[in-house]
Every structure is written in structure tokens, then in C-alpha cells.
Design a protein around this ligand. Structure first.
Ligand SMILES: [Mn+2]
Length: 319
């Protein structure tokens, strides 16, 4: 783990006259957007002008938050600094990647392994459960008075969802932080329901339909989701990979599992989930993706046949 005081020093040293843009990975999840919200709170306390970049099509993710979160969907300044959160390579910024390249100073705060951002300052700790866990530590050493009920709710949402309700990648520190956030009186059951637990009828219908078409290969299972047909066409890519894939993963016979989405733009996004083998990120890296040991993802122009073939070749080393 890097020194939290170094992050604070770096944030403090940012030029007060330059705005700071905060941006997480495309198709943001709760950890991504809430780590932006946390760092924005810290930067505003340090008297920096600060903006959260969020694609206007993704603002639905903010709907459960009790206070209104302001976001922008473009950079409107010539000169600015840029903080990339919850990602280990700049291609994950999607349409905002050029803003990173044109920034003065770039900072990356993240918890994925294999950092390739080349930011001016990289603060990456793959041992942390989530980026929000790191952001909690930053604010905790900056000024504990910043922990309002709303901020605690946001950080809790990031940590709780990234650990799938404390079922993976947790350490003693994660639970101590969760305890502190809960002690602040946050409505954890509301947050859990809004961000992780709740399903629409179409979502449960999707799970049911996909259960029936899971295919078995020798070393792994996979399912292909055609996003152009009902009920999958009612769901966002994020809902498919975060909710439906995680629901399917509960099936007792699955171990290594590829959740392959044929998107309407003809690209293919795949979520890789493993149980006994810690190779999900290794599989995703074959296709220029990345992630964690047991869950990772990639987007590619390759065909499904090629994806299956390369995965099969990689897994043949494990018997
Ligand atoms: Mn994360």
C-alpha cells in the first residue's frame, strides 16, 4: 500500500488556479462513481474547483443518492488537471480518454492489478477491496468532519457492491471501515437494496432464459447474450454484466464462466468469472482487458468462436 499522506500531499499541491476533472471507468459502477464523489469532497475542502465527468447516458447510477450529485459530460477548460479513478488503464476511460491525454497533471487512484495508466502520480493498491476503501482512508486522514451521512452512504455503496456484499476481496480493514461508515447512521439496507439486491422483472426473466442456454466446454462454461432481443434489449450492458452475470454465477455447477454479450454495435463485451482458478484477469488480458483474480472483463472485435478458442487454449494448461 502506498502512503495515504503522499496522496494528500499530491492533492494539496495541485495548482489552485486549475480546475480538476474526476473520471472513472466507462460503464461506471458504484465504486467508480462514488470514489469520484469522495475525492470531489476532499478537493473542495482543499479549495480546488472540481468536476465529475460522467456520460449523460450513465447518470441513472446516481438515482438512489439522497443529495443531488452534479456531473458534467465534457471538459470546458483549456488547462486542467485530471484524476482517473477505479481503472488501471486509460482506455477504460472510454470516450473521455483524450481528456486524460491533454491534461496538465494526471493522478490515478485505483485497486486493480497491473497498472498501465502512466499517470503523473499513480496510487494503486490491488490489496484494497475497492477504490472507495482507499478514498475513505484519504478523507479519514484529511479531515474526519467531511464524513457526512451522504458521503458515508456513497463510500459504503462503493465498498459493499465491489465486494458483492462483503463476500469477496475483503480484509480486516474493509470490515473496520464498513463498521465506521455504518456507525454514522447510514441506511445500509436501503443502499443495499437500491444498488445490489433489487431486480426488475426483465432482469429475473433474463436470468431464467440464460440458465437454459449455458454451454459447457471442457474447462469452462459460457453463455452468449444477444443484446438485440427481448428481454436482454431492455437492460444496459452494466446491468447485464453486474447483475445478471453475478446471479448466474451462483449456479452450483459453474466454476470458470464466461458471460459473453453480443452488443448492438457488434462489439463483444465479456465478463470472466472464476471460482477455483485465480486467472480471470489473465484471461481478460488475452483480449486486452483486465480486472481482478476472480472477476474481470474485456471488449473486443473478435468473433465468439475466436474468444472461445483462445480461452480454451489458455485454460488447457490447467487440468
Ligand atoms: Mn472498483
Amino acid at each position: 500500500m502506498f502512503k495515504i499522506l503522499n496522496v494528500i500531499k499530491t492533492l494539496k499541491n495541485l495548482d489552485d488556479n486549475l480546475p480538476v476533472y474526476l473520471c472513472a471507468h466507462s460503464s461506471p459502477d458504484e465504486d467508480a462513481i462514488n470514489s469520484c464523489i469522495g475525492i470531489k469532497t476532499a478537493l473542495e475542502y482543499l479549495k480546488k474547483d472540481c468536476y465529475i465527468l460522467l456520460d449523460s447516458k450513465d447518470t441513472k447510477i446516481l438515482s438512489w443518492q439522497k443529495n443531488k450529485v452534479q456531473t458534467v459530460d465534457k471538459v470546458t477548460h483549456q488547462k486542467y488537471n485530471f484524476i482517473a479513478l477505479d481503472l488501471n488503464e486509460t482506455s477504460r476511460l472510454g470516450k473521455f480518454e483524450n481528456y486524460f491525454k491533454n491534461a496538465q497533471i494526471t493522478i490515478n487512484i485505483d485497486h486493480h492489478s497491473g497498472n498501465k495508466t502512466n499517470a503523473t502520480f499513480v496510487f494503486s493498491d490491488p490489496k484494497s477491496s475497492s477504490t472507495c476503501e482507499i478514498v475513505y482512508l484519504i478523507i479519514n486522514s484529511l479531515n474526519k468532519k467531511l464524513f457526512t451521512n451522504n458521503l458515508c452512504s456513497s463510500l459504503y455503496a462503493g465498498i459493499m457492491t465491489d465486494t458483492n456484499c462483503f463476500s469477496r476481496r475483503i480484509g480486516k480493514k474493509t470490515l473496520q471501515i464498513a463498521q465506521k461508515l455504518i456507525n454514522n447512521g447510514i441506511d445500509y439496507s436501503y443502499i443495499n437494496k437500491q444498488t445490489l439486491w433489487k431486480r426488475t422483472k426483465e432482469e429475473l426473466l433474463s436470468v431464467g432464459k440464460l440458465v437454459e442456454i449455458i454451454k459447457q466446454e471442457k474447462n469452462f462454461s459460457y453463455v452468449v447474450v444477444d443484446q438485440s432481443i427481448y428481454p436482454f434489449n431492455t437492460l444496459t450492458l452494466n446491468d447485464l454484466t453486474k447483475k445478471i452475470a453475478e446471479d448466474l454465477r451462483k449456479l452450483d455447477f459453474l466454476d470458470t464462466f464466461l458471460f459473453i454479450v453480443k452488443r448492438t454495435d457488434n462489439q463483444i463485451t465479456t465478463k470472466v468469472m472464476t471460482n477455483s482458478l485465480l486467472v480471470a484477469d489473465k484471461i481478460a488480458e488475452i483480449f486486452s482487458g483486465g480486472g481482478h483474480q476472480k472477476e474481470a472483463g474485456f471488449t473486443t472485435n473478435l468473433s465468439i468462436t475466436q474468444i472461445l478458442l483462445k480461452t480454451k487454449q489458455f485454460l488447457s494448461q490447467y487440468k
